[in-house]
Design a binder for this molecule. Structure first.
Ligand code: MG
Length: 163
């Protein structure tokens, strides 16, 4: 394998926290008084991971693949969106070396839910769980994440081409 066969990708996403919505992160419903607003289920973690994978492949972003003007994608889960991205990975013979992601949320405490999120993300791409690393951080009260107006997620990935 040469360096030509490896690509890195970066993904970043933000959704606003509002009352009356479920809080879903990495496919896990987290008990909280607020949830993320969006056309889909607003799973900011899955979205960042998908954008990282699409970025690595040079395939644009999830906004291009799943336009929020399309009613077909209303309320859809990260796992659902992952199916199409996994199909592109496989069509283009890309395998995932690893995914590393960070959720930025002042509240609620996410650490207890990270193992379940990791399991869901690994399952969505049929990769071993040890290839997925998830972290959660607060933002020390600073900015829109710190004041609890929204939740952000960052993700990076490395993919490699298989014969
Ligand atoms: Mg999003």
């Amino acid at each position: 394998m040469t360096l030509d066969d490896c690509r890195v990708g970066h993904g970043y996403d933000v959704h606003r926290l509002v009352p009356g919505r479920k809080l879903i992160l990495g496919g896990v419903e987290i008990p909280y008084s607020l949830g993320l607003l969006g056309h889909s289920d607003a799973d900011v973690l899955f979205h960042a991971v998908l954008d990282a994978l699409l970025g690595a492949m040079g395939e644009g972003d999830i906004g291009r693949l799943f336009p929020d003007t399309d009613p077909a994608f209303e309320g859809v889960s990260g796992a659902f969106l992952s199916e199409k991205v996994a199909a592109i990975l496989s069509r283009e013979r890309w395998s995932i070396s690893n995914i590393d992601a960070t959720v930025v949320a002042q509240k609620p405490k996410l650490a207890p839910f990270l193992p379940a999120m990791k399991k869901n993300i690994a399952a969505a791409f049929s990769i071993p769980e040890e290839r997925v690393n998830l972290k959660a951080t607060t933002e020390e009260g600073l900015g829109f994440t710190g004041t609890g107006e929204g939740i952000a997620a960052h993700a990076v990935t490395m993919i490699f081409r298989t014969l």
